[in-house]
Design a protein around this ligand. Structure first.
Ligand code: ATP
Ligand code: MG
Length: 139
């Protein structure tokens, strides 16, 4: 059964561009409810851990550098079938291929600086949520 929680991050490029508020507004517009929210910054080691699945990919060093280059906003979102619904909502990994009106189309600048992360499975949504939030900070 599909879960109702996903995890997202507003990536450093989108934060630096001043788009936190606009992206949170789009998230709300999509019917996703915010269950936890935090601004923080990933160390290089934390970025490596977060994207460990891509460690053998050629873009990994650049991805880690960009993800640890400045503050991010982490959030847990709730909606029915949240993981798939959010991935559909944010659009394709490459903003150039993302659908009109999607978060990545509106705020992404490149395949690497694509504005937001979205969990790819219920299991990873739990792992990623636990990486950023204690039980105290979830509502
Ligand atoms: P995310 O995991 O951030 O939600 P995704 O699931 O759409 O994105 P993944 O294949 O998991 O895409 O890639 C993780 C991240 O690595 C992408 O969001 C992007 O920032 C970066 N990335 C993916 N492919 C490339 C590439 N070919 N060149 C540079 N960066 C890339
Ligand atoms: Mg992914």
């Amino acid at each position: 059964m599909a879960g109702n929680i996903t995890f997202t991050m507003i990536k450093p490029g989108a934060v630096a561009d001043g788009n936190i508020g606009a992206i949170l507004a789009k998230i709300a517009e999509g019917g996703f409810r915010i269950k936890a929210l935090r601004m923080t910054r990933l160390s290089k080691e934390q970025a490596e851990t977060f994207y460990a699945i891509h460690s053998e990919r050629p873009f990994f060093p650049s991805l880690v550098a960009s993800m640890s280059s400045g503050p991010i906003v982490a959030a847990i979102l709730e909606k029915e079938n949240a993981v798939q619904a959010y991935r559909d909502y944010i659009g394709a990994t490459n903003p150039a291929n993302a659908h009109e009106g999607s978060i990545r189309k509106l705020f992404g600048k490149s395949i690497e600086a694509n504005a937001v992360h979205g969990s790819d499975s219920d299991e990873n949504a739990q792992i990623e949520s636990d990486f950023f939030f204690s039980g105290f900070d979830r509502f």
